[in-house]
Design a binder for this molecule. Sequence first.
Ligand code: ADP
Ligand code: MG
Length: 278
Amino acid sequence: MDDSCKVIAITNQKGGVGKTTTTLNLGVGLARQGKRVLLIDSDPQGSLTASTGISSPDELDKTLAELMTYEMTGEDKDYIYESDVIKSFEGVDFIPSNISLSGTESALSNCLSRESVLKRSIEAIKHDYDFILIDCMPSLGLLNINALVAADSLIIPCEPTFLSSKGMNLLLGSVGRVKRQINPNLKIDGILLTMVDSRTNNARDISAALKSELGPRIHFFDSPIPRSVKAQECPLAGQSIFSYEPNCKVALAYESLTKEVIKLGGKTKDKSRNVSVR
Ligand code: ADP
Ligand code: MG
């Protein structure tokens, strides 16, 4: 086990809240600060993969699915690692995914130690990185449980909408079960407010309500990500916000998030509060 690598799952079972955008831009942000970063696309929709400029993720034949399948069947994973499964994008490494990952999720249910397949799949390469970020799919299914088991900590992107605190309680329940049963050291680094439209009272009210409900238990990052059309344009351009529009408010927000994440430190020095969910 390598203690210097911190594995962070970017998770929320709700779709469209900025998980993929955060994984990519935090990853590139960390690399710009000199960190060695690996991103893992753990969503069969392959949005992270597509956002790096790979136009047809479904045509890739070496992906996270093959890596996890090799782990499940006991075959030699070195073969997969040597067969260029790890791609490169703006200074970060990443393991792509495509639709074949949904078959992997079904196969997981019949395999031994099914919750820890992802964790075991990346054990051999952890020493190459300071941070591994896992972009989760929007569900509470087995693939996401695998991400929670592989992770040292979580970042939870959350769009401040009326229903977001309801969904948050479901997610925290799931996190609580994983902590109790499989990964007792799992921490929540914090909730990241995304797509924040600070001009509207509604967004301000909901953000304040979320903070007063969850703030006593969970840290909120100081760098909410503003809503901006620039963020929407990046995936199409196949670029991070740092190369697409380096001085825009979204780039500045992701830069300060990056600094906050570095300040939290590696997993052994993690200052984040332990979430206590029964
Ligand atoms: P998730 O991975 O949680 O489904 P995404 O990161 O894919 O969410 O974001 C959902 C959509 O919102 C995408 O089209 C993305 O480009 C857009 N988006 C993400 N962040 C922002 C932002 N700060 N402002 C405006 N649009 C955003
Ligand atoms: Mg996504």
